[in-house]
Design a protein. Sequence first.
Length: 284
Amino acid sequence: FKIGRARENDEVISSLVISRSHCIFHCNNNGDWSVTNLSNNGTLINGEIVNTNETKSVSLGDIVQFSSAEEFKYYFTMRFKDEVPAKRRKTDEVTQVSSRENTFSDYQEQQRKEMEEELEAKRTEQKDLKRLLEECLNRRNTDDDTLITERVDCLKTAITNSEKMEQILVGTYNYYVAEMEAESRLFNESIVEGVKRLHRKFSPSDKQIDRLISQKMEIWTRERRNKWSEIMKSMMKEERIKLEKLEAERSLLNAKLKKAEDALAITKDALREKSEYAKQLLEK
């Protein structure tokens, strides 16, 4: 049973992430099934990559994914009578999930992107602070040394605090990614095991099995999302306590920096006035 983008395949998937000849499903004389990956874009069995030209066995209830795109993830199941044996069934069709945005994996991905954006904003802030520090160091020899030194000290402390914030965010992000991968793996394993249990309990030709799988999938997805939401709340609470303390320190530093800038501006104005007055005296 051939799957790919080309028309000559038994099952055609019209997407650029799917190779023309993506993979082949085989069935031996004992009724055991296996899949051979032909694509550099990859085929995954229960989240494990099948290398190009490698063959792996596939069992009832396994999750088969073509390429890294989540939309091409399917459950391997058996159909009988007038339907094609071992025909793939899309995860969305089995679970009847109305929108991909509501799936467990999409929920995790959204959280991850938000954390990445926060981390990137903190790194941009660090670059700006370091640029200001470099400007101050270059001006130290030409402007009021005391005021510049005060501003330099404030900027150095601000950079140190910003780096601490980044470390907190990086640590939280790394922990999140590790937890996300572990939780996703458990989620997929529980789904596979649950589907297998249902198939063992009911006859494959029983019409109610699809409905039961759909109901169970919705329950599992909801439970995992609730559990993950609690993990995120706990993790974010700890992170916010640390960040709020550093934010308070940064506010004080910003006030000091503004005070130093104002004083420096006043000093510059005074020096300019003195210079102009001296110039007028010389002209007289």
